[in-house]
Design a protein around this ligand. Structure first.
Ligand SMILES: Cc1ncc(CO)c(N)n1
Ligand SMILES: Cc1ncsc1CCO
Length: 218
């Protein structure tokens, strides 16, 4: 069994829980409160910027020159999506200031950056993989179940259900499988743990947005 196949079995429950989250079901139905979506978008803009930085760092650490190229391109893609968010969705929804990173985003990004910086490169790759894979699966699920008529979030839904994104996701999975194959059982286990942690943090990112979770104000 491939590393990715085994590892996915370890997050299947988390993934099923994500599909049932109010953020996801209301986004599909088009009933998610606009203020909730704006909070999510502002946090996601910050997320994508730093996700791009973490991808670049893993690219710099990769052994295989083709992996270096792939991660540099992923990093570029993340920044391009961030820019699109700014230029279109921010305008559409009347958002001007993305503000500062709130706890869920902060936790996730700092986990990604510290794993990318301090852990083995294979573990960094695995930590970054749920950002691709969960969004693709959730994007496809929402696309198939969405209320398309008058759904204000239609454009966002298309970003993650299109086939260009699908090809990148498959590439990222393949790179992780090849890296796992070349590594040791100990590293593979750390890869799996990092993948599980990031999957939980994906859940928490949506949950934090749904509940408007912010730092305490003193
Ligand atoms: C939190 C989060 N994870 C993954 C993606 C996929 O790009 C995103 N936009 N935001
Ligand atoms: C936006 C985004 N999310 C995961 S990867 C990526 C960009 C891939 O280039």
């Amino acid at each position: 069994m491939k590393w990715s196949e085994y590892t996915w079995t370890q997050v299947e429950h988390c993934y099923q829980a994500i599909l049932e989250m109010p953020f996801i079901t209301e986004l599909s139905a088009g009933t998610l409160p606009v203020e909730t979506f704006k909070f999510y978008m502002a946090q996601d803009s910050l997320y994508l910027e730093h996700f791009g930085r973490a991808l670049s760092l893993v690219g710099a650490k990769a052994y295989d020159i083709q992996d270096v190229l792939a991660f540099i391109r992923f990093a570029e893609g993340a920044i391009v999506v961030e820019n699109a968010l700014h230029e279109t969705y921010f305008k559409d929804f009347g958002l001007t200031d993305r503000g500062t990173m709130q706890p869920a985003c902060h936790h996730y990004i700092h986990f990604l950056k510290s794993t990318a910086a301090f852990d083995a490169v294979e573990v960094g790759m695995a930590a970054l993989l749920p950002c691709f894979w969960i969004y693709k699966k959730v994007g496809d699920h929402i696309f198939q179940n969405q209320e398309t008529v008058n759904n204000p979030y239609k454009k966002w839904i298309q970003t993650y259900s299109n086939e260009d994104f699908g090809a990148l996701v498959q590439q990222a999975i393949n790179i992780c499988d090849a890296a796992a194959e070349r590594s040791t059982p100990e590293i593979r286990e750390r890869m799996t743990q990092a993948f599980i942690t990031s999957s939980h943090l994906e859940f928490d990112f949506w949950q934090g947005a749904y509940h408007n979770r912010k730092w305490n104000v003193f």
